[in-house]
Ligand binder design. Sequence first.
Ligand code: SF4
Length: 268
Amino acid sequence: MSSSMLACTADVAAQRTLSGYPREPLIKGLPKTIQSLCPECLKVIPADLFEENGKVMIQKTCPEHGECKDIYWGDAEMYLRNERWTYDTGYGLSNPNVTGEADCPNSCGLCGMHLNPTIMGNIDLTNRCNLSCPICFANANVTGYVYEPTLEQVARMLQLYRDERPVAGRIVQFSGGEPTLHPQFHEIIAMTRRMGFSHIQIATNGIIFNNLDFVRSCAGSTITPSGTSSASRSRTATSSRRSATSRSASPAGSPTRNGWRSALPCPI
Ligand code: SF4
């Protein structure tokens, strides 16, 4: 390939995602204007981000619902430090699930505008929970209906994720509500392992591990509780399946076969 062709390919690649959508570079630093949503009607509107008294504030005006100002990040210095790790250098998926006209975030799923592949897929197994925390971020138990995908529906979600290209999904977290309440929880974990996921994580409140029958039914699984200290949280974020296995504490006292890990993110 000639040098002029190389330059041309690089130029095109720099401006478009793998599926051909224009790449919008992320703007870093403060102040800046971003796209946001009206909290009332969810219409996409511009919003200003700026520093005020050491915090990052967001301010936006909906033509219909008026002005809204709120704290965006509680620590401006931390916000700017975290911006260094944003994934703004990727080129997205070559086979996005949503094709055609992209309208972020209304056509999310992922669409061709997305810049990075899925790093960790999150699948809610249920909105039921064995607790009723007043600060629940998932509104568990209070929506008035039960959301609980079937084994087949979870299989379709996982397959979609595994089929992502050029980077196949390999890290998944099951969440909720309380994901261990799903009636086919163990089948889902075994299926996920068979499909080739190398890191399976459970966002659980841990209550169910007081139930000896449940713990016995985990025989053959590796359970690594984490999230109870900063040290264990850091292990969750960084360890591979192999290191998780070698450090694991299994209530069932069993070696790994369908290895999975539990995280304890709920504020209890
Ligand atoms: S344990 Fe977690 S999911 Fe359950 S109600 Fe509390 S915060 Fe919500």
